[in-house]
Design a protein around this ligand. Structure first.
Ligand SMILES: [Zn+2]
Ligand SMILES: [Zn+2]
Length: 174
């Protein structure tokens, strides 16, 4: 799976101080490729806050999106809500040269926190590999393509009557 960057999820922290955290509420359109979604473009809402804690900028956010999948068996559209939380710590690169002890910290070289990568990584973790309209979905008929959940088709019957193996059986006299 891949994605197109249609818009960036940027939080500006120029005016951020310890007393005044920066709150944000933004919705962005993201393009997802190679997934079982009905539409490759989705709207993701991100609501959160960035607080300054010493030399660190701590970002906590809640992401929310409604995705429309196609059932893997019968291709019926199914709406699913996907939500997850994000927590990430940032530090300005200019505060101190990059050292090995900064594990789990993302370095910033500007006053802009870009949450796109974090969002995408988390989003893919939450997209199910397989979505079914119901655990008992009967799928589509391989013969005529009709949705077997809605009505049974006549394919199986016809196959039985025209199957040469059954013709042989008919000729046999018991
Ligand atoms: Zn289905
Ligand atoms: Zn059929």
């Amino acid at each position: 799976m891949g994605y197109n960057i249609i818009s960036f999820m940027i939080v500006d922290i120029t005016k951020l101080t310890e007393k005044f955290p920066v709150e944000f509420n933004m919705t962005h359109t993201i393009g997802l490729k190679g997934s079982n979604l009905q539409s490759p473009n989705i709207d993701l809402t991100l609501i959160g806050i960035v607080c300054k804690n010493g030399e660190f900028f701590v970002c906590k956010a809640q992401a929310n999106t409604d995705l429309c999948f196609l059932c893997d068996f019968c291709l019926t559209p199914i709406q699913r809500n996907i939500n997850f939380s994000i927590e990430e710590r940032f530090k300005k690169t200019t505060d101190r040269p990059t050292q090995g002890e900064d594990e789990g910290i993302t370095h910033l070289d500007s006053n802009q926190i870009d949450l796109h990568q974090t969002c995408m990584t988390n989003l893919y973790k939450h997209i199910p590999m397989q979505v079914l309209c119901s655990p008992t979905c009967k799928g589509l008929c391989f013969g005529c393509g009709s949705n077997l959940n809605n009505h049974p088709c006549n394919c199986t019957k016809e196959q039985e009557t025209t199957d040469p193996r059954f013709d042989v059986l008919k000729k046999l006299k018991f």
